[in-house]
Design a protein around this ligand. Structure first.
Ligand code: ASC
Length: 150
């Protein structure tokens, strides 16, 4: 019983630690954020294929993919911890850390637009999905242009 309480306390502490402490090394943080971005690209890309007519429109698939993008959009940014500007095969530019408020604002904008895409996808209306997809894609590109090496 005592051990169980202690391990619960340890779990509680681990959850309360700042984000930086949740990754043992910079490479882990880099892998984490890249994994999130990769998932977003996969599911966002499937909606994009439908929005651009490269794949047949399937309202259920669009809605399912948009749901994944909206959820995963909240994850990668916890991986941009101090000290993870180098390591692994990161393409992250130093500006992420030197103008972090601007970077975070870009992330928030993206999260807003993919939330709108999720709402649009639930309507099953392809025109609305196309419009929301375009706006969301702009937010991806804006941050990649500013904060990701080519
Ligand atoms: C994608 C993807 C991105 C964005 C960007 C939009 O599907 O992987 O990074 O869209 O290309 O301009």
């Amino acid at each position: 019983m005592k051990i169980r309480l202690l391990s619960l306390a340890a779990i509680g502490l681990a959850c309360a630690l700042p984000a930086a402490a949740q990754f043992a090394k910079p490479e882990d943080a880099i892998k984490y954020r890249q994994s999130g971005m990769s998932l977003m690209a996969t599911h966002f890309g499937r909606i994009g294929a439908m929005a651009t007519g490269k794949a047949p429109f399937d309202a259920k698939a669009a809605a399912d993919n948009a749901e994944v993008v909206a959820f995963v959009s909240r994850l990668p940014f916890a991986g941009f911890v101090e000290g993870s500007d180098k390591g692994g095969n990161t393409k992250a530019k130093p500006a992420i850390w030197t103008e972090n408020d601007k970077f975070k604002a870009g992330a928030s904008k993206m999260q807003e637009e993919v939330a709108k895409l999720n709402t649009a996808a639930k309507t099953g209306n392809l025109d609305q999905i196309k419009a929301a997809f375009g706006e969301a894609a702009k937010t991806c590109k804006a941050c990649h242009d500013d904060y990701r090496e080519k």
